[in-house]
Write a protein that binds this ligand. Structure first.
Ligand code: FAD
Ligand code: NAI
Length: 464
């Protein structure tokens, strides 16, 4: 029989949980991680970040071959999509990565307990018929799809992101409900593969929370690619028909209802904390009105030896945020001072162009009454972007008017998701725009856009 006493039991093997397990083991703690889905890696590796990025990459390659190769003198004929094969590749990538985490668990001597964990007392977790005890418990159970009242997801024609990653064929007409991150990423995948995609959004803008000016340019770019938007619109029902789905909707502010037909409807109106059958009531762990597990600045719940991290607590539902918290909480449990700088958590949307940001938006700075300078530089003036034939977008740096400290960076354009790493480091180190401007960036690289945007803060960009 396996030993059933641990220093830490982590419930949930997603980016929050598995990273916490590895860090805690590195620090010498005896660790177990309970996961019920049959594979490690959580939402992110199994039905989130990784499969969606695999399909985004495949569909982007197809789009390039269709529309951008000819300009570079590459002629292709007989181009077609083998959707089955594309899905197979995606599944292979997922399997490779989730298997890799099992290997990491073995390497770090972490006990992987397969099954659903229930907290039965402040230091005991039950999995099936077995009970395990631990000095500390970490809840890392993540999130699940938020549903819309009256719309039943069958994962075939009315799908969540999970079903959208497993479609059997490319729909002719797809409606996404919610023009947020999932809607735009997976909407882009199927638009590139030939579907007519309409995004219906309750608010009068897409991607709420993102820098407003950039959002407008982002929407224009997606419209140019063929995605249609119906903003300020509320979906009130979805009825399955012989040929697909009939949606009923009305203006968000009220008004006449209208209908729309689609082969597939993707419901992506956010995600909610997942704490089902976890036993929180039994041990008295407090949750918020929205169902998130409440924690203090050390990720500790109101029950002193129970902690929580990742999507199940407040903050952006992002894999890297969960990972940072996983590391920090492991360090706290080992008696160290784990820390997460929530102002330096980047957000990326992996469409084309990519969108990435870190720090404050212009709206947030205005609301806080902070005066700032703006430096903006276009990819059109970047040699490498032009040489690559991929020069849409710009980088925008917001720096404190008095101190020049970088407060926010927002990028729309090629490789924005990679460029934001340098920007996040700038914010983490409290850099000024001058610091970025005086840092040598290799030529010709896309990264020079960030340097030039920093120079533009003091109106001294060299190439515009
Ligand atoms: P999860 O990854 O949800 O892991 C929690 C795990 O706990 C799950 O595997 C679940 O099975 C398990 N579990 C739950 N209850 C129990 C229990 N009682 N016992 C045992 N196990 C349990 N984020 C990004 O940063 N970048 C992206 O590109 C990105 N793309 C995404 C695309 C999609 C389609 C989706 C849906 C999400 C995406 N996300 C992305 C968000 C990202 O997946 C999450 O923020 C991240 O997975 C959260 O990590 P977590 O460890 O908190 O929870
Ligand atoms: P989201 O919060 O990004 O977007 C949901 C959208 O739906 C919002 O624009 C919202 O206004 C809209 N909405 C809500 N109710 C509606 C209604 N009744 N009718 C029409 N629109 C409505 O949530 P999404 O896209 O579901 O993603 C869930 C989470 O997954 C996000 O928090 C995100 O952080 C994470 N994710 C991250 C990715 C990344 O980092 N690249 C990729 C995909 C998901």
């Amino acid at each position: 029989m396996t030993d059933n006493k641990f220093d830490v039991i982590i419930i949930g093997g997603g980016p929050g949980g598995y990273v916490c397990a590895i860090r805690a083991a590195q620090l010498g703690l005896k660790v177990a991680c309970v996961e019920k889905r049959g594979a490690l890696g959580g939402t992110c590796l199994n039905v989130g970040c990784i499969p969606s990025k695999a399909l985004l990459e495949s569909s982007h390659q197809y789009e390039n071959a269709q529309h951008n190769f000819a300009e570079q003198g590459i002629e292709v004929s007989g181009l077609k999509v083998n959707f089955g094969k594309m899905m197979e590749r995606k599944n292979k990538v997922v399997k490779q990565l989730t298997g890799g985490i099992e290997m990491l668990f073995k390497k770090n001597k972490i006990t992987y307990i397969k099954g659903a964990g229930e907290i039965i007392s402040t230091n005991k977790v039950k999995v099936g018929n077995d009970e395990y005890s631990a000095k500390k418990i970490v809840i890392a159970t993540g999130s699940d799809v938020a549903h819309l009242p009256g719309i039943e997801i069958d994962e075939e024609v009315i799908v969540s992101s999970t079903g959208a990653l497993e479609l059997k064929e490319i729909p002719k007409k797809m409606v996404v409900i919610g023009a947020g991150v999932i809607g735009l990423e997976l909407g882009s995948v199927y638009r590139r593969l030939g579907a007519e995609v309409t995004a219906i959004e309750f608010l009068d803008r897409i991607t709420p929370g993102m820098d407003n000016g950039l959002t407008k340019d982002f929407q224009k770019s997606l419209e140019k690619q063929g995605i249609k938007f119906k903003l300020g619109t509320k979906v009130t029902g979805a009825e399955k028909t012989k040929s697909g789905v009939k949606l009923t909707m009305e203006a968000a502010k009220g008004g006449n209802s209208e209908t729309m037909e689609a082969d597939v409807v993707l419901v992506c109106v956010g995600r909610k904390a997942y704490t089902e059958n976890l036993g929180l009531d039994k041990v008295g762990v407090k949750t918020t009105e929205r169902g998130l597990v409440e924690t203090n600045a050390n990720w500790q719940t109101n029950v002193p030896n129970i902690y929580a991290i990742g999507d199940v607590i407040k903050g952006p539902m992002l894999a890297h945020k969960a990972e940072e918290e996983g590391v920090a909480v492991a360090e706290v449990l080992a008696g160290q001072h784990g820390h997460v700088n929530y102002n330096a958590i980047p957000g990326v949307i992996y469409t084309h162009p990519e969108v990435a940001s870190v720090g404050k938006t212009e709206e947030e700075l205005k609301e806080a009454g902070i005066e700032y300078n703006v430096g903006k530089f276009s990819f059109m003036a970047n040699g490498r972007a032009l040489a690559n034939g991929d020069a849409e977008g710009y980088a925008k740096i917001l720096a404190d008017k008095k101190t020049d400290e970088v407060l926010g960076i927002h990028i729309i354009g090629p490789h924005a998701g990679d460029l934001i790493a340098e920007c996040t480091m700038a914010i983490e180190f409290g850099a000024s725009s001058e610091d970025i401007a005086r840092t040598c960036h290799a030529h010709p690289t896309i990264s020079e856009v960030v340097k030039e945007a920093a120079l533009a803060v003091e109106k001294r960009a060299l190439h515009s």
